[in-house]
Design a protein around this ligand. Structure first.
Ligand SMILES: Cc1ncc(COP(=O)(O)O)c(C=O)c1O
Length: 398
């Protein structure tokens, strides 16, 4: 958990600055806040880092995805292509926006690809909600070309991928809108938080209002602001933003440390027969958060998971059986169980979610083990983890 590994005086100082003024709200109160604007600071940093023209800090990665869909104009009755390997928030965001998720197959990039998207298209497809999984970018050129060719709105859920690039461009900047998460498990954390990005001023204005009950944020008198649209409360607090801001200043350093540790682990196992790795269209753009191993088959992956855990390798994830990240476990999604009626209940599902055919996803995720990479490991720790990783894998691969 990189961000949380490097908590220090920087985070404490930023939080104390907020507590000293007592202004925990991100808007207004200029008389008391002594020029301290943490959400604005977080947004400025994300703009600088990603190159996005606009950034909006919000309460979570989930609400950032909701903003990304709303600001891209996606809503009631729209078919949105989504991956079966992601965090549940991606699918929830589509359903709660009134959209109809259409699952497409993925490949060994762990993300949607142009081929899978093409196979899932229907005359009603409106958008692609692309997720950059496990800290690295999808294969963007063919996906962007396809979206242009078919006039599809591309929205990026880069919840797991701040610090990931594709040939010199940050993830989140290929589509109409993008979203990052700053939850407790991400490369940089705010405890809870997210950031919406776009290069389009109009879309930014929409997200800015949508995330704050429709306020237009013009005029400086909150009580008298206009409401051009309906919205909701997706605001981040200054306390969370203070932590996020301090963490963003460490992003480059954490990314470099993780990439180095990941390279060391990979070198320790690279020659093992039968072992493969997640394909990365731009390895230099990897944020380094996970070493993604591909075992020869599902049985080998399950056995290797046990062996790695028994050997004490930290951060071992086998998503195939994990309840959050892969469609096989999402019975409530497939059954469309919700506290209140969703648009899909009246419109009907565009696919039979209980009989989806996603053979490449089943194969790749069945064989995938992701090892989380630390950024605070001393060289001897990295070496020991590499050696444990190798010994455990050898018991399965021979
Ligand atoms: C791909 C993806 N999208 C969205 C989210 C939601 O982010 P949050 O937990 O900040 O709401 C996550 C969180 O894990 C994620 O992995």
């Amino acid at each position: 958990m990189p961000g949380t590994e490097l908590f220090g005086d920087e985070e404490r100082r930023e939080v104390m600055e907020v507590l000293e003024t007592g202004v925990l709200f991100r808007y207004g109160h200029e008389d008391r806040r002594r020029g301290r604007w943490k959400a604005r600071g977080m947004e400025e940093r994300v703009r600088e880092y990603t190159g996005a023209s606009h950034a909006l800090a919000v309460s979570s990665g989930s609400t950032a995805v909701a903003c990304a869909l709303a600001a891209a104009g996606i809503g009631h009755g729209d078919e949105v292509i989504v991956p079966p390997f992601t965090y549940l928030a991606t699918i929830e965001a589509v359903l709660l926006a009134g959209g109809l998720p259409v699952f497409a197959d993925i490949d060994d990039t762990l993300c949607l690809n142009a081929e899978g998207i093409r196979a899932a298209l229907s005359p009603n497809t409106r958008a692609v909600l692309l997720v950059h999984m496990c800290g690295a970018a999808a294969d963007m050129d063919p996906i962007v070309d396809l979206c242009r060719e078919r006039d599809l709105v591309l929205v990026e859920d880069a919840g797991q991928a701040l610090g990931a690039w594709y040939h010199g461009r940050s993830v989140g900047r290929f589509g109409a809108t993008g979203a990052f998460s700053f939850d407790f498990f991400k490369i940089t954390t705010a405890g809870e938080g997210g950031v919406f990005v776009t290069d389009d001023e109009t879309r930014f204005r929409l997200a800015d209002s949508f995330a704050d009950h429709g306020h237009d944020h013009i005029g400086g008198n909150r009580g008298m602001e206009q409401h051009p649209i309906l919205g909701f409360n997706y605001r981040i607090s200054e306390l969370h933003a203070a932590v996020g801001l301090a963490q963003l200043r460490k992003l480059d350093a954490m990314r470099e440390l993780k990439r180095a540790n990941k390279a060391a682990l990979r070198a320790a196992v690279e020659d093992l027969p039968g072992l493969g790795f997640r394909r990365m269209p731009d390895p230099e753009g990897d944020s380094g958060t996970f070493l993604n191993l591909l075992l020869p088959d599902v049985e080998a992956a399950a056995r290797a998971t046990e062996a790695l855990r028994a050997a004490g390798v930290p951060g071992v994830n086998y998503w195939f059986t994990n309840m959050y990240h892969f469609i096989n476990q999402w019975d409530h999604v497939k059954n469309l169980d919700a506290a209140a009626p969703l648009a899909i209940h009246s419109l009907g599902a565009p696919q039979d979610y209980r009989a989806l055919q996603l053979p490449r996803a089943q194969d790749v995720i069945g064989r995938l083990i992701s090892v989380g990479i630390g950024c605070s490991w001393e060289p001897d720790v990295t070496e020991r983890i590499g050696s444990d990783l190798r010994s455990a894998l050898v018991t399965v691969l021979g």
